[in-house]
Design a protein around this ligand. Structure first.
Ligand code: HEC
Length: 169
């Protein structure tokens, strides 16, 4: 290989990797907090004791994967392992982003969707409990072992939330 062609290859590699990195950035978008849940959703929280419930988690997976109901298939866009398969779908593996979603906001977005995007509202197809099953499952991609503590307004280790679960939060 001549010196010149090595030079061209190096430039090509540098440009190529920069371009790829740029695409990834665009896909993911900047991490901004989601809007607050509207009044009718703000007091909705994961049913007490569900956070550690492995059966509900598994029911959530079946809904997410389209096994429980063929009309509901979140994996079709968000990917079975939480890695999006359709452009623009939220990446549930991104912990930094998903930590910004309270349980109420998560629930609200599944129920009502995100305006002007391919994320439609699912409340006509899902019971409230099913939506909670989905929150439970989706949170396991980046926030496994964590529960939303409505008092502290943050994700905490599940054992910590069990202590306050009795007060209905
Ligand atoms: C047709 C593709 C598609 C399907 C099917 C789909 N989503 Fe989405 N979803 C999207 C897209 C695109 C976004 C990003 C919307 C945006 O730009 O904020 C999104 C965003 C989300 C968000 C984050 C909302 C926010 O505020 O950023 C949640 C939570 C979510 N989806 C849950 C689900 C669940 C649960 C299901 C199954 C019941 C599902 N999605 C099915 C495309 C889809």
């Amino acid at each position: 290989m001549s010196v010149r062609s090595i030079g061209v290859t190096v430039i090509g590699l540098v440009l190529g990797s920069g371009w790829l990195a740029g695409c990834e950035g665009q896909n993911e978008g900047p991490i901004v907090p989601p809007p607050p849940a509207p009044a009718e959703y703000v007091d909705k929280h994961m049913p007490v004791k569900w956070w550690g419930d492995v059966e509900k988690l598994e029911e959530g997976r079946k809904l997410y994967d389209g096994e429980a109901n063929p009309d509901v298939n979140c994996a079709k866009c968000h990917g079975k392992d939480g890695k999006p398969v359709k452009a623009g779908a939220t990446d549930f593996r991104n912990r930094e982003r998903m930590e910004l979603y309270s349980d109420s906001v998560w629930f609200w977005r599944i129920a009502e969707g995100v305006p002007n995007t391919r994320m439609k509202g699912w409340k006509s197809k899902l019971s409230e409990e099913d939506i909670w099953r989905l929150v439970l499952f989706e949170r396991s991609f980046a926030l496994k072992g964590k529960a939303w503590d409505a008092g502290q307004r943050q994700w905490v280790a599940m054992d910590a939330v069990a202590v306050t679960a009795g007060d209905g939060r």
